[in-house]
Design a protein around this ligand. Structure first.
Ligand code: H2B
Length: 96
């Protein structure tokens, strides 16, 4: 099972992850993606969902029109692990 990152390792990983931040009050990272319209937002979610399923690592997320709020945490580990960092990187790549 993936191990929780230390606070320092999490901070370092976040330095290389554009616009991802620590979620206040829990061991998780988050980012709000804003797209051109719903079509772009849902296209992002579809592509990210396929990757998440392949990784067997799933996001918490909420979509309102062209905005997708994403929170990543490894539930089995009770916090942020390398899996969350990998999924966050992939999401940035999909959105760019
Ligand atoms: N996603 C996330 N974000 N955290 C997990 O701990 C997790 C998951 N565990 N997706 C996986 C599924 C686990 O429940 C299955 C049984 O592999």
């Amino acid at each position: 099972m993936a191990e929780r990152l230390s606070a320092e390792a999490r901070r370092q990983a976040l330095d290389g992850l554009s616009d991802w931040t620590e979620v206040q009050g829990r061991d998780a990272i988050g980012k709000t993606f804003v797209f051109k319209d719903f079509n772009e937002a849902f296209g992002f979610m579809t592509r990210a969902a396929l990757v998440a399923e392949k990784m067997d690592h799933h996001p918490e997320w909420r979509n309102v029109y062209k905005t997708v709020e994403v929170v990543l945490s490894t539930h089995d580990a009770g916090g942020v692990t390398a899996l969350d960092i990998a999924l966050a990187k992939t999401m940035n790549a999909i959105a760019s």
